[in-house]
Design a protein around this ligand. Structure first.
Ligand SMILES: [Ca+2]
Length: 177
C-alpha cells in the first residue's frame, strides 16, 4: 500500500509542480509535459490574430534542466510564403514561455543533434523553396538564442540529420482561424 501510494505521488509530481496550468504531455516522452495554453498565448502574442495560423509542436528538453522546451513549426498563408515558415523554440519562464528561436523560412523536418553549444542541443532545420536551394541548416545556441534564419550565418549548411523532433509532414493544429 505504501509503495503504491509512493508511486502515485511520484507519478503526479510533474503535474503538481505545474499546478494551475493545463498540462498536456506529448512528444516521445509521456512523463514530460508543457503548458499548451501558455505556449499558444506566446504564439498569439508573437504573431497576432490576423489570418489563419496552424502550428505543429513537440516537447524536448534542449538545455537539460529538467523542463521541456516547445519546438514549434508554423503554417500560415498569411505570414509565410514559398520559402517556408517560422520555426520557434519556447522555453519555460517564470511567467509563461520565452522565445529563444524564431527562425524564418524554415521547413520540416526539424531535428535535434547529440551535440550541444553553450549548454543547448544543436538543431537541424530544413529550408528551401522561394528561390532558395533545398537543404538543412545547423542551428546553434549563442548564449541567448538560436539563429533567426537557416539560410544565412551564423546558421550553416549541414549534412547531419539528427533525431527528428517535428517530422516532414506533422499534424498541425489551429492557433488562429
Ligand atoms: Ca529545458
Amino acid at each position: 500500500m505504501k509503495t503504491n501510494f509512493f508511486k502515485v505521488l511520484v507519478a503526479s509530481l510533474p503535474a503538481f509542480l505545474l499546478a494551475g496550468c493545463s498540462t498536456i504531455g506529448f512528444g516521445g516522452d509521456d512523463d514530460r509535459s508543457v503548458d499548451r495554453g501558455a505556449i499558444e498565448d506566446a504564439l498569439i502574442e508573437r504573431f497576432g490574430r490576423e489570418g489563419e495560423i496552424d502550428y505543429a509542436m513537440v516537447s524536448y528538453d534542449l538545455d537539460d534542466d529538467g523542463r521541456d522546451e516547445a519546438i514549434v513549426h508554423i503554417r500560415s498563408n498569411y505570414y509565410c510564403g514559398s520559402g517556408g515558415c517560422n520555426a520557434l523554440v519556447l522555453t519555460p519562464d517564470f511567467n509563461g514561455y520565452r522565445i529563444v528561436m524564431d527562425a524564418t523560412v524554415t521547413r520540416t523536418p526539424i531535428a535535434v543533434l547529440d551535440s550541444e553549444t553553450r549548454g543547448w542541443s544543436d538543431l537541424v532545420v530544413a529550408y528551401g523553396g522561394g528561390g532558395r536551394d533545398y537543404g538543412r541548416a545547423l542551428m546553434r545556441f549563442d548564449g541567448l538564442s538560436y539563429p533567426g534564419n537557416p539560410t544565412v550565418a551564423p546558421a550553416e549548411r549541414t549534412s547531419r540529420r539528427g533525431d527528428v523532433l517535428i517530422s516532414e509532414d506533422p499534424d498541425y493544429r489551429e492557433l488562429v482561424d
